[in-house]
Design a protein around this ligand. Structure first.
Ligand SMILES: CC(C)(COP(=O)(O)OP(=O)(O)OC[C@H]1O[C@@H](n2cnc3c(N)ncnc32)[C@H](O)[C@@H]1OP(=O)(O)O)[C@@H](O)C(=O)NCCC(=O)NCCS
Length: 199
């Protein structure tokens, strides 16, 4: 069983379950503010104490894409390398992934043919990513999002749970799409939209 550290997730047993289901042996957690010395019987270490650079790390930090991005940069600065944590129930049709990958794809996600997914992207359970969609670095996509074909999601964007993106829509970098929004038009960088139609 290949070994894996999880960055964040020390208080979230779900991430450990996803990793275990996907065939990884989770050896411990990396956390800026460890809740305890051990969690789930595994050690929790501070980033700067982290020495096992020969093992891959999955970045499961949630909350905001800014927090995820901070963690990702810290990992790169410390020389860590990441892995793509893909739950076995996810269906992926030959999509391409970026260089330093340390994101995760949860249960029952479908990624259709011809998509490009950049580094440090997290896609939560039951989301569908339509064909030929491009997802930029550090994007956070919550549960149950329906992304139509040929959409573009800029780096650092946050897509709330259950949102729907109509075909070909472009979401600007670091934009936020509210939970349940129906996005019918392009969204400007750093803008927040919500509702149906999303504004
Ligand atoms: C859109 C969002 C980012 C707005 O956050 P915010 O700026 O803090 O918004 P507020 O809570 O201050 O609400 C502002 C107004 O927008 C409304 N609103 C908030 N979220 C909304 C949503 N998703 N759809 C429609 N209206 C929404 C509020 O009811 C409020 O309306 P009011 O001014 O008439 O009272 C946030 O509500 C959201 O949807 N986040 C996504 C959460 C999610 O999917 N999490 C998944 C975690 S895995």
């Amino acid at each position: 069983m290949p070994k894996l550290w999880i960055y964040g997730g020390a208080s979230n047993p779900h991430d450990t379950a996803v990793a275990t289901d996907a065939g990884w042996d989770v050896v411990g957690y990396i956390d800026d503010s460890p809740p305890a010395d051990t969690v789930n019987g595994r050690p929790v270490v501070l980033p700067l104490d982290f020495t096992a650079l020969d093992l891959p790390v999955a970045n499961t930090v949630c909350g905001s894409t800014v927090a995820r991005d901070d963690v990702y940069r810290t990992m790169l600065d410390l020389g860590m390398w990441g892995t793509d944590l893909i739950h076995p129930s996810a269906i992926t049709h030959g999509y391409q992934i970026g260089g330093h990958v340390c994101g995760y794809i949860q249960e029952f996600v479908t990624i259709q043919a011809g998509c490009m997914v950049d580094s440090n992207v997290s896609i939560h359970a039951n989301t569908v990513v339509g064909h030929e969609t491009k997802i930029g670095e550090g994007v956070f996509i919550a549960h149950g999002v329906m992304i139509s074909g040929r959409c573009t999601i800029g780096a650092g964007a946050y897509i709330g749970a259950g949102a729907v993106l109509l075909p070909g829509v472009k979401i600007g970098a670091f934009a936020t799409v509210g939970a349940g929004a129906v996005v019918t038009k392009d969204v400007a960088p750093a803008a927040t939209v919500k509702g149906n139609p999303a504004k």
